[in-house]
Design a protein. Structure first.
Length: 183
């Protein structure tokens, strides 16, 4: 019994006297209880391999979940950035139509460079019930980023990502310009 007592209490020499007193006290009352105290003291010194493995598994699952959440957030931010830039490009096109005071007709496409990317601008003009007003639908699609060549793809309905790049649409109504020499 004394060698078990010295093994349990050798960690901290200051507590050795107290351990001896406790074990002697319990041993005088119940020898079986004294054995339980020494066994319990030895088990409380560290974690078992199983406990460590379970903790690592829980940590790994949590780390994977956090990584996926971070990636999803980053993709959402990039998608919103591209959509915002596309909207800015379309607002600039609408301002150009307003400044030119041209009477738009038909459909057309053109490419321009803005915000570090190449953009495809599509214009589709249609008539309205009013003869002096036309509906102009503008669509901007990013053709690719010149620096990274990695424009984000739009989410598809089946859960994956579509191969189509993100585009934005803007509908404006243009009134027929008034002739300047009519006064």
């Amino acid at each position: 019994m004394s060698w078990k007592l010295s093994a349990v209490c050798s960690v901290n020499r200051v507590r050795l006297v107290n351990c001896v007193r406790l074990v002697n006290c319990v041993q005088s009352i119940n020898p079986v209880q004294a054995e339980k105290i020494t066994v319990h003291s030895q088990r409380a010194q560290g974690f078992t391999l199983l406990e460590v493995m379970v903790a690592l598994a829980i940590f790994a699952v949590a780390a994977i979940a956090l990584t996926k959440a971070g990636m999803s957030y980053t993709q959402s931010v990039m998608s919103l950035r591209e959509r915002t830039l596309a909207h800015f490009v379309l607002m600039n096109e609408a301002a150009q139509l307003s400044i030119q005071q041209a009477w738009p007709e038909g459909t057309g496409q053109r490419q321009l460079s803005a915000f570090g990317s190449e953009w495809q601008i599509s214009q589709q003009v249609s008539a309205t019930p009013s003869a002096d007003t036309r509906r102009v639908e503008l669509t901007a699609t990013v053709l690719g980023d010149q620096q990274t060549n990695s424009s984000p793809a739009a989410p598809s309905t089946n859960g994956g990502t579509a191969t189509e790049p993100i585009s934005s649409r803007l509908v404006i109504f243009v009134q027929k310009p008034v002739a300047s020499g009519s006064n």
